[in-house]
Write a protein that binds this ligand. Structure first.
Ligand code: EPU
Length: 418
């Protein structure tokens, strides 16, 4: 499908079920390469990035089968290739996790420089610094990265302190260290829920990781890992996106299959904007009380306000009474959606990583999604806008949201794909 068409102004009611976490799948599916056995992974989201990850696993000679839409069996007893094909790897950021997992299992891994959403500079120096500290040699050539362990040697444990909090490098080095000789310490580690999930997966398959969820993670390398079963956590950002959708459109929506604790800082911002959020057992009920009020946010690593919810909240700010501000502290270029929302009448001043938004009424317009969360923000704005909005380039949205059109339609939104 090419575009979504949304007629705004319908309140949302009912229940929506959240799928498994995209950014947990991003490291755990490559992480099955650590395991000389069969992994059964539950709660896997049916999204484009997962399909691409499975294509990469296939290209390495690994076999997989779907037990049902959200349950996968991956058999990594045999690996035939150590190289992620360029045409697949460049299409997503998370392809770099194949480096950590393949290096750990085979001592030799190559992958193209990763692609993914264009959010400004996205270096991977911290990943490479960690591989080197563990004894790997890193070569860069023709936009390709190769990491190898010298003949006759193994990766060894190391004490690694990151220069900044990085989710990707924390997870990549957890993968690399899982089968290394000795202990690895990751200091200034990221604490996101999907990092705890990756540790849970590795431990379920016979690995030994402690401290995930704090800023110091210890990985005791084991000689091999066995098959087993693991269920991914629900997607914090998909849940937050439906919370923002309910706040924009009005009405009352129960968001099911969530871990409310992961949503608390998103709930706090919504409450500040005059939206009620009631925690249930594995669910949150989101109800808009009246007009949205302005607020201010600063993005940060977990448990701070997630950058991946910044555009969705930015869309709400475009509808709120008064002036709101955003400081985007993680990415250098994550306000392009605000420029696109100007077509709907949204008012914003952008200065580097700082934006000031003056809220008001929005009108339907023709928009183009510029990245995954920007596309989600455009849907949220369109649900509340007067008239018809068309959003093009929706393949970017489908990278990370399972069946967003079906889920919103079930809540009463007037949305369809063409
Ligand atoms: N950074 C470096 N060097 C590195 C790694 C990171 O300078 O080696 C910098 C980045 O440039 C950025 C900051 O550190 O300024 C944080 O980057 P991080 O490594 O945490 O981000 P990531 O692993 O590339 C993941 C998610 C992003 C999410 C960020 C932050 C995946 C596939 N992507 O990216 O998700 O924004 O963490 O939480 O897990 C999304 O889902 O829409 C998305 C973009």
């Amino acid at each position: 499908m090419e575009k979504y068409v949304i007629n705004g102004g319908r309140e949302l009611f009912g229940e929506v079920t959240i799928s498994g976490a995209k950014n947990a799948a991003a490291s755990i599916l490559p992480g099955t390469l650590l395991v000389e056995g069969i992994c059964r992974i539950r709660n896997v989201p049916d999204i484009h990035d997962v399909r691409l990850t499975l294509d990469i696993l296939d290209s390495l000679g690994v076999t997989h089968r779907h037990i049902d839409r959200s349950v996968l069996e991956i058999d990594c007893r045999r690996i035939e290739s150590h190289a992620v094909p360029a045409e697949l790897g460049v299409r997503m950021r998370a392809s770099h996790f194949f480096l950590g997992a393949l290096l750990a299992r085979t001592g030799d891994a190559s992958s193209p420089l990763p692609g993914g959403c264009d959010l400004g500079k996205r270096p991977i120096d911290q990943h490479l610094k960690g591989f080197e500290a563990m004894g790997a040699a890193v070569q860069l050539y023709d936009n390709y990265i190769r990491v190898t362990i010298p003949e006759g040697k193994k990766l060894h444990g190391a004490d690694i302190c990151f220069d900044m909090v990085t989710v990707g490098a924390t997870m990549n080095l957890m993968l690399a260290a899982a089968l290394a000789d000795g202990d690895t310490m990751l200091r200034n580690a990221a604490r996101e829920p999907h990092i705890v999930d990756l540790a849970g997966f590795i431990n379920a398959m016979g690995g030994d990781i402690s401290g995930a969820g704090t800023d110091t993670i210890t990985i005791h390398g084991v000689s091999s890992m066995h098959g087993g079963e693991y269920s991914l956590i629900p997607d914090q950002i998909e849940a937050g996106t439906y919370m923002a959708a309910a706040a924009a459109a009005g009405g009352s929506v129960k968001i099911c299959n969530v871990i409310p604790e992961h949503l608390s800082c998103i709930a706090d911002v919504l409450k500040d904007m005059n939206v009620s959020v009631k925690e249930g057992d594995g669910s949150v009920q989101v109800t808009r009380n009246g007009r949205l009020k302005s607020t201010d946010i600063i993005t940060a690593a977990y448990p701070g306000f997630p950058t991946d919810m910044q555009p969705q909240i930015g869309a709400l700010m475009c509808l709120a009474d008064g002036s709101s501000s955003i400081y985007e502290a993680v990415w250098t270029d994550r306000f392009r959606y605000l420029e696109e929302l100007r077509r709907m009448g949204a008012l914003s001043d952008i200065n580097g990583q700082h934006a000031v938004i003056r809220g008001g009424e929005l009108n339907g317009a023709s928009l183009t999604a510029c990245d995954l969360r920007a596309g989600a923000a455009m849907i949220i704005a369109a649900l509340a806008a007067r008239g018809r909005t068309e959003i093009r380039n929706v393949r970017l949205i489908e990278r990370g949201y399972q069946d967003i059109v079906g889920k919103l339609s079930k809540l009463g939104a007037d949305i369809h794909a063409e």
